[in-house]
Design a protein around this ligand. Structure first.
Ligand SMILES: [Fe+2]
Length: 270
């Protein structure tokens, strides 16, 4: 099976229209998905951060599946998929969790498109497990041990969009406690693991330009025991707008954030 790897599509950064009937998807994506005559994979993995509008997200995912002929698209949600970015959204949803629940349902109601949230889905004998995951204080505690939790919260509110727009939490690592059991439920039952957040906080597994930055705390968690004991051969993540792979504890870890002129589609065979 050939798996195409993407994350951080951020649809609303690229498309103004909400509904796909008015969007020229091919004009934007052909030069990426079909670049240099490449052949489309069997399955597309999207490791979170679809965009800020649930209707637009599902509309475009559905169109990508039909246009490029994927057998399945497998997603997890990302931090941006929880954000309520304006007053209208704040009125529409009780909190960020309500928005994420709606997004998950819209995806799972479509044939061949899946949103993993502590679930495993099997496609042609390959088991995909996934959950958004969330960042913890691991990076900060290791590399910036003097930074207190209050300081981290202040930094998070200023630096990260979800610091203000994730409605229903107080601290930067609150969702980590919610996401951890979801990862525990699937990491030993799959061949490919997907999270939005990087499961290693070691500097050598962080994109070069962010290694010495305290805010990298908001981009990774301590998933080392999961990597050591998972049945997955590959772990796909997103969130950091980079494209690279590393191997840790025998697991191949990959990120390939969509950026039209900076990255290319990345694929693995399994
Ligand atoms: Fe993200």
């Amino acid at each position: 099976m050939k798996i195409d790897i993407l994350s951080d599509l951020h649809f609303d950064y690229y498309f103004k229209q909400i509904y796909s009937s008015k969007v020229d998807v091919r004009k934007t994506y052909d030069k990426y998905f079909l670049k240099d005559g490449r052949e489309i994979g069997d399955v597309l993995v999207v490791a979170g951060d679809l965009g800020h509008n649930n209707q637009q997200n599902i509309s475009l995912l559905d169109m990508i599946k039909r246009i490029y002929g994927y057998k399945a698209i497998i997603c997890v949600l990302g931090n941006h998929d929880y954000c309520l970015v304006n007053r209208i959204m704040e009125d529409d949803y009780d909190d960020s969790f309500a928005r994420a629940d709606e997004m998950k349902k819209l995806i799972n109601d479509k044939e061949g498109i899946y949103c993993l949230d502590g679930d495993v889905i099997e496609i042609d004998g390959i088991r995909f497990g996934g959950a958004m995951g969330w960042y913890s204080s691991a990076f900060s505690r290791t590399y910036f041990p003097l930074a207190g939790i209050e300081g981290m919260n202040g930094m998070w509110k200023v630096l990260m969009p979800e610091g203000k727009q994730f409605k229903g939490i107080k601290n930067f690592d609150d969702p980590y406690k919610i996401e951890l059991p979801k990862i525990e439920a699937v990491y030993q039952k799959c061949d490919v693991m997907i999270t939005h957040i990087n499961p290693s906080f070691l500097a050598e597994h962080i994109s070069q330009e962010y290694r010495n930055n305290r805010s990298t705390t908001f981009y990774c968690f301590n998933g080392h025991e999961f990597l050591k004991n998972t049945t997955a051969k590959h772990w796909i993540f997103g969130h950091t707008h980079s494209s690279y792979s590393y191997e840790f504890e025998g697991v191949q870890c990959h990120v390939n954030a969509y950026e039209l002129y900076k990255s290319n589609m990345k694929s693995i065979e399994i």
